[in-house]
Design a protein around this ligand. Structure first.
Ligand code: GLN
Length: 554
């Protein structure tokens, strides 16, 4: 049996150093050498998947085509390797433990005592190569958390055992540490990295490559010290200094020799050049924009900047495609809903708050809080010909806004928001009394009641959406419980809002648009999950183009 070369990326010193970016950047480089790469993320927390986690705590939930709710690092993976991840690419402790406990209940362990070692560590090793096809040259596994954390220990032990089994010719440990610059002493400090490597040695792993995250260049003497005290080849002490854009990371790592050292480790280095032309081209377009637009994202998960990660990245891709810098500001929707105002005062207030933006995006979201502010933002964009992009909840609210303010259906709402009213948005089961349910993921608990993953969508020929996509058949990723009621379609269309995308059976509205508006689209799915640097999403690209035109007209 051939063993897939497996590279483990662990982190020391502290969190947030960017292990995901190291894993993704390395993957992009190996791809540039012509290799096929697969990335996986192992997370030590106990949630079975991140689907139930508040974006304010953990950042965005990334959804794969096959409907897995995953850590946002999988988004980085897709954006760096331009390939779709799957549910097998994310494993949490919660998942591992629930597998083992289910096996224990079934009696699979034949009366033995079930323990972290070997049962949990064995299960982790079983999950490592799952679904890695033979044509993959490298498997890169990022281990979440910081080495030394109690909860991460079973993963570290599992990868140690795995590497011992497959041998160092088939495995490689990369440890990411932090090399701070102490301004008062005027020097680079290597001690935190030395300790971080000791922590890893303590659990039996000698890393072969040390990635040193730093804000200042690491002088030769400090590198020599790191190599000596961490027991690492000097050429394998790699500088990972800050860059102005994460998309410059593959280029930076290439300069630092990461790809060369990794390929040397596996005996694959033959002085070949990596083809980095697409990365060079993308980064140079990013660095030399010819125009600038300002976009407001009217949301509510503002405490963590990663809550809207894929949207922000999609804007970077769309900006590069339009040779424009996209300045994005996340505005708390609640700021647009002061209680004391009458309707006209409120309109003027919202207009003042939003008038500086060239486009408005209302992203996905859940629950009542902030929903009125989002509706006000949509109303402003609709009435003032400001390009508007509604994603998922943003689309549902755009329909509600249209029903309330154009169709005069004042009580139009969603059953997610209110108990009483005209439910133009609701759970599918609330309308379909014939027992036909929306496709569910299986378990009827809070972790599995959404329409998740890729679904086909049929675009109406000649519609704006069909023109932008350049096709009439698309597939996009979903993550929601509620749907726009298709029964409202004739009324919407009579008043000017076209349902231009539908599920193939015609029952679920997927896209709404206003043909009489400069650019007004709402979509039930999340286009941001499929945008990539070299394949910017057509909707984001078109939105930025419209925002540029709007700016010129202003
Ligand atoms: N809360 C809405 C729903 O569940 C929208 C979800 C979202 O925006 N991702 O349908």
């Amino acid at each position: 049996m051939t063993v897939t070369r497996t590279i483990f990326v662990t982190g020391g010193v502290m969190s947030s150093l960017g292990k995901g970016i190291v894993a993704s950047g390395l993957a992009a480089l190996l791809q540039a050498h012509g290799y096929k790469v697969r990335l996986k993320k192992f997370d030590p927390y106990l949630n079975v998947d991140p689907g139930t986690m508040n974006p304010n705590q953990h950042g965005e939930v990334f959804v794969t085509d096959d409907g897995a709710e995953t850590d946002l690092d999988l988004g980085h993976y897709e954006r760096f390797v331009h390939e779709s991840a799957s549910r097998y690419d994310t494993v949490t402790s919660g998942r591992v433990y629930s597998d083992v406990l289910a096996a224990e209940r079934r009696g699979d362990y034949l009366g033995n005592t079930v323990q972290v070692i070997p049962h949990i560590t064995d299960r982790i090793q079983e999950l490592l190569p799952v679904d890695v096809k033979e044509d993959v040259d490298f498997l890169i596994c990022e281990i979440g958390g910081t080495v030394g954390d109690i909860e991460g220990l079973p993963f570290i032990e599992a990868i140690r055992q795995f590497s011992q089994k497959v041998g160092s010719q088939n495995s490689l440990f990369i440890h990411l540490t932090y090399v701070p610059y102490l301004a008062s002493a005027g020097e680079i400090k290597t001690k935190p990295s030395q300790h971080a490597v000791k922590e890893l040695l303590h659990v039996g792993i000698q890393p072969q490559i040390l990635m040193c995250r730093c804000e200042h260049p690491i002088p030769a003497e400090a590198r020599r010290k790191l190599a000596l005290f961490c027991n690492i080849d000097k050429d394998n002490v790699i500088e990972a200094s800050d860059v102005d854009t994460i998309y410059a990371v593959p280029l930076k790592y290439h300069q630092s020799g990461l790809d060369r050292q990794v390929l040397k480790h596996f005996g694959l280095w033959k002085e070949q050049e990596a083809d980095l032309s697409q990365w060079n081209d993308f980064v140079s377009r990013l660095r030399s924009p010819k125009a600038e637009v300002k976009i407001a994202v009217v949301g509510k998960y503002n405490e963590v900047k990663d809550s809207y990660k894929s949207i922000l990245e999609s804007f970077i891709h769309a900006g590069a495609a339009n040779e424009a810098k996209v300045k994005v500001e996340i505005l708390p929707a609640e700021d647009l809903e002061p209680q004391s105002f009458k309707t006209d005062q409120l309109k003027a207030f919202v207009k003042e708050k939003l008038s500086e933006y060239d486009g408005i995006l209302v992203p996905g979201g859940y629950g009542l809080r902030g929903s009125q502010g989002k509706i006000s933002a949509i109303e402003y964009a609709r009435e003032n010909q400001v390009p508007f992009f509604g994603i998922c909840f943003g689309m549902q609210l755009a329909v509600i806004e249209y029903c309330r303010n154009v169709l005069g259906m004042k009580d139009a709402t969603s059953s997610e928001l209110e108990k009483k009213g005209n439910m133009v948005v609701g759970l599918l089961t609330e309308w379909e009394k014939d027992g036909k349910k929306a496709k569910r993921t299986g378990e009827e608990d809070m972790g599995g009641t959404m329409r998740l993953g890729a679904y086909p969508c049929q675009l109406i020929k000649g519609s704006g959406a069909a023109k932008i996509y350049g096709t009439s058949q698309i597939s996009e990723r979903h993550r929601h419980r509620y749907e726009v009621d298709v029964k409202i379609k004739p009324q919407l269309e009579k008043a000017g809002m076209v349902v231009s995308g539908l599920s193939p059976d015609g029952k679920l509205p997927e896209i709404v648009e206003l043909p009489d508006h400069s650019w007004f689209y709402g979509m039930q799915f999340h286009p941001e999950l499929k945008s990539r640097p070299f394949q910017p999403h057509p909707m984001f690209k078109s939105f930025i183009q419209a925002a540029l035109e709007h700016k010129q007209k202003r």
